[in-house]
Each structure stands twice: as C-alpha cells, then as structure tokens.
Design a protein around this ligand. Structure first.
Ligand code: F6P
Length: 545
C-alpha cells in the first residue's frame, strides 16, 4: 500500500494546511455564523462540538477523502465480519459483539450465544452478591469486591465504577488493585474483613506478573477462608485460573477476540456490574451499541467517531500537536484520562505499518489530563500562554441546574472559549489601565497578560453522566482509535512493545532475587547495559548496608 504521506490526498491536505496557516479561529467564526451548526455532530445524547478546531468544512471534506483512499469502509467491513484484523496475533477485534443484539461471526461461528450466556452468568453472580445470598466461608455477607487486574483488566471497570458512583450499591464497595507494589494491596485491604471480601482475579492471559502477585497476596491475606467463597476469576485461560485454585464454577470466560483495553464490556466488567447492578451495566452496553450502530451506518462527514479521528489526525500530522489533553468536567470522570491513555497509546503508539513499512508520520498523541476545574489551577497556564499547540477534549456532563453545577459547567465552557479567543495586547493594556495602572506600567505588563488564543478544543457535551452516556462516550473513543489506526496503517490491537519491557523485567528479577549485582560473568553483561548494572550494584550495596 502507498505510504499514507505519499498519497495525493495527503499532499492536498498539506497544501490546504498552508493556506489556512495564520488564520485565527476567531476569523473562522467571524467568517461563518453557521460554524457551530456546521461543525458539531450528535449521536444520541452525545453532542460533539468540533467548531473550535483549527479547520473548516473543506478541511473535513479533504480528510474524508483521505479516509476513503485508505479504504476505511473495507476495514470496517472486515472488523464487523470478525476477520483477523489483529494480524500480528491472528485474531479478530470484535468488542462490538459484546454489546450487540444481533449475531456477529468469528471464523464463521456466531458468538452472540456465548456473549449472552456470559452476561446471564454475570447477572446470576451479581444478583447473588448484591442480594447477600452469596456468603463468605464463615457465612458472612460480602461487603467488598476487590478486583485484581492491570491494564485493560483494571482501568475500564475502575474508571467506570468511579464514573457511575451515583449508581453504586451502598452496601457493596468495589475496590481495585493493579500495582505490583505491595503497598497498593496493603492499603486496599487494610480496613477490610477477609470473611466479607470477595476477590475477582481479572486477567485475560492469567500470566500477568502483577495480577498473579496480587492474587497470591490475596490468598495469603484470606488465611483459612475457603477460596471457593472468596475468589472469582475472569480469563481466557481458565485452566490457569483453576490451577491457581479457583473452582470452575467461579470462573467466567473472556474470548480471545476481545483485546484487553477493549474488554470492559465483557466479563471483565464484573466488578462494575457488581457495583452498579446488571441492569445499569446493560444500559452501559446499550449506550455503546447506539454508538456502534451510528459508527457503522453513518456517512463519514456526519459520523462522530470518524470525524473525531480525522480531527485528531489533522492536529497531530498537519498541525504538529504532540499531545491530546482530555479534561472531564466531572469529578467522577477523573480516571477517564488514565483509561484513554491505554486505549489510545497502547493501540496506536506504533511506528510500523501492517505491511512492514515505517508509518512516516506521527501516530498516537501523548494523552494526558485530569478533572476540571482542578486542572485549571495546575496546568491550564501552559494552554493559555505556553509555546505548544495543545488540543483539548473537554468532556462535560451538564447535570442538574444547581448553582454549584452551573459553576462547574460555566468553567468548562469558559476554558474552551477563552483559549480560543485569547487576549490581545490592546485588551491587556486596557484591562491594566482599568485596574488603575499608569500607561507606562500597562505597557510594561501587557505582554505578560496577553494570550494568543487559537488553541483548538473539542467539547463533548451530554445531559447527564449515566451508564448509557458513558457507554456511548467510551465506544466513541474506541472507534476513533480504530479509524486512526486504519489511516496510519498500523495494527491498533497488539502491544508488542510492552512485551519487550516485560521480558527485560523477567531477566532482571532473578538477579535481584539472587542478590546478584556484581555480574563478574562477562556472559551476563550483554543482557542489559552498564547503567542498569550500576544501578543494580547500588541497590545491592544499600541492601547489604
Ligand atoms: O500491558 C500489556 C497488557 O497486555 C495489556 O494490553 C493488558 O490489558 C494487560 O497487560 C493485562 O493483561 P491480562 O489481562 O492478560 O492480565
């Protein structure tokens, strides 16, 4: 396939970018009173305003042509047909089937029956736990679920359980342990009663070092309690779960055609379903399904995930943005940036295309962020007056009309507006004079108050943060990532780079456990570098001291 950057559509976009250069967003709004209407899209309760992005409808039309040239339609067809689009692992990426009400096939087999069976089992388990009919081995009612998992087996349910805290069962706490640092496990269980605690070991592979270490810590902490009453497992490797000592009837299967970071809709969502109940969990799926249907049936120019992907690609590859800040104006969405970090950076943090060529342009942005309005008092200064182009997604559940909530939403809207509008030198001078400064003082200080504006942002507005709107929101980002991966030509569904780090850890750990650190044997040196050897030696010396 022709490298993306050598396609005629890319060249046209590059020339178009040069034409737009120097045009301020304020000028684009002044030139087109219909700009908001033209550049905002809606799917269900999700309204996405792209009008504060540095582009025009012509830009979007050119980007759509780029998507057509990369055969996005063919990619979507192959994805929905359950083909092995994850070609380096020879697997389908069919997370849409997890929220479907219609058959989807993987290797010719309809997976809907197994999806429904797993969901039915999740309902049985969650109802037993929430109603108190599931008892610990001493007969005590379970009051806390602790999920042991990492990456995709942690971030989705953890983020969503916090996001949907308003729906949580008051009698059942849901906690999450991911880190191999024993401090996280210790802090999480410190105030818990083993007789009232139920662990869910969530691991697609059931080989992940961190999760297995925490599962062993849980088994030790439970003491004499019967694992059959205090452990559930979710995995694609049920044999390993059983070998660990979790009985078959406590294990839920997860299919290999679901990638870890796309798995919160599967049984990996069990801790979330325990917390909010299976009806609310199904609402989450319904929200995602609504986005799926929109994504698979809407023309590109009106297709929310496609447009979001194209806008992101424009910012990264044509305007040179390195990062994407995601700022949810909802305390309960505080973990959304961490969740999206894995989704975007593990999926598209790639440099080689599926046909083994260098991509030739920048791929996934560095995604970061935290809840607004807290971030305003931390890093927004850089948005206003720093030297970088920093596109932002503002995620804003509007909520009720209380004065406090109105203040939160007003702050969200104010950021997008002020970052775009900026403040001219003349405005800064006038502000200073109005505040009583002399003309000379105003002249000296004005450059420090002035803001260039023109910072691009997208605002994602929803009436309320509900299971349904959250489902749509997450599915939106999932599809955005898949579209960008298709355009860049990378495989969004593998993560071989991560394996490289895991392998090195596997080499270093035995040396540490053996108390090694001098590495006199020259055969050992090539395993890593002199710096790491030096650090290991320092650790060894401290341990001896
Ligand atoms: O970090 C790499 C990774 O493989 C993720 O993709 C995955 O979500 C995570 O580890 C956990 O894997 P598992 O569910 O197999 O424990």
């Amino acid at each position: 396939m022709t490298p993306l950057i050598h396609t005629p559509q890319w060249q046209i976009l590059a020339a178009h970018r040069d034409v737009l250069a120097g045009i301020h967003l304020n000028d684009l709004f002044a030139a087109d009173p219909q700009r908001f209407a033209r550049l905002s899209l809606q799917c269900g309760d999700l309204l996405c305003d792209f009008s504060k992005q540095r582009l025009t409808t012509e830009t979007l039309a050119l980007l759509v042509r780029l998507a057509e040239a990369r055969d996005l339609a063919g990619f979507l067809r192959r994805m929905a047909a359950g083909e092995a689009i994850n070609a380096t692992e020879n697997r389908a990426a069919l997370h849409i089937a997890l929220r479907a009400e219609r058959p989807y096939r993987v290797a010719g087999r309809d997976v809907l029956p197994e999806v429904r069976a797993t969901r039915a089992r999740m309902r049985e388990l969650t109802e037993a736990i929430r109603s108190g009919s599931w008892r610990g081995s001493s007969g005590a009612r379970i009051d806390t679920i602790v999920n042991l998992g990492i990456g995709g087996s942690d971030l989705g349910p953890r983020m969503a359980a916090q996001a949907l805290g308003a729906y949580a069962d008051a009698n059942l706490a849901a906690r999450f342990v991911a880190n191999i640092d024993p401090a996280e496990f210790a802090d999480t269980v410190r105030d818990l009663d083993p007789e009232r605690t139920l662990f869910i070991v969530s691991s697609k592979t059931f080989t992940t070092q961190e999760t297995l270490a925490n599962a062993r810590a849980a088994r030790a902490w439970l003491g004499k309690a019967d694992p059959a009453r205090h452990f559930l497992a979710v995995s694609n490797n049920l044999a390993a779960a059983r070998d660990f000592g979790i009985p078959a009837e406590n294990c839920l299967a997860m299919a290999d055609w679901v990638g870890g970071r796309f798995s919160m809709w599967s049984a990996i969502g069990l801790p979330l379903a325990c917390s909010i109940g299976m009806d609310a969990f199904e609402e989450l799926l319904a929200g995602a399904r609504q986005m799926d249907e929109h994504f698979l049936s809407t023309p590109y120019a009106e297709n929310l995930p496609v447009v979001m992907a194209l806008v992101g690609l424009w910012n990264i590859d044509f305007l040179g943005a390195d990062s994407l800040a995601v700022i949810p104006y909802a305390h309960r969405l505080g973990l959304l940036p961490a969740y999206l970090q894995q989704l975007e950076m593990e999926s598209n943090g790639k440099r080689v295309t599926l046909d083994n060529q260098e991509v030739g342009c920048a791929t996934a942005p560095i995604l970061w962020g935290m809840a607004g309005s807290v971030g305003q008092h931390a890093f927004h200064q850089l948005f206003y007056q720093g030297t970088r182009l920093t596109p932002i997604d503002f995620v804003v559940p509007v909520g009720d009309a209380s004065p406090e909530q109105e203040a939160l939403v007003a702050n969200a809207l104010a950021q997008g507006a002020a970052l775009m509008k900026g403040k001219s030198l003349a405005e800064a001078r006038a502000q200073l004079v109005a505040a009583g400064k002399s003309a000379a003082e105003a002249e000296r200080l004005a450059p420090h108050l002035a803001c260039p504006g023109n910072q691009p942002s997208t605002t994602l507005l929803m009436p309320q943060l509900t299971p349904r709107t959250l489902g749509s929101l997450i599915a939106l980002y999932e599809h955005k990532v898949a579209v960008q991966g298709c355009l860049w030509g990378v495989n969004s569904f593998d993560q071989w780079g991560v394996e490289h780090g895991k392998q090195m850890a596997r080499e270093i750990l035995p040396k540490m456990l053996a108390g090694a650190g001098d590495f006199d044997d020259p055969k050992e040196i090539p395993l890593w570098d002199a710096s790491t050897t030096g650090l290991l030696a320092a650790i060894r010396a401290w341990r001896k001291a």
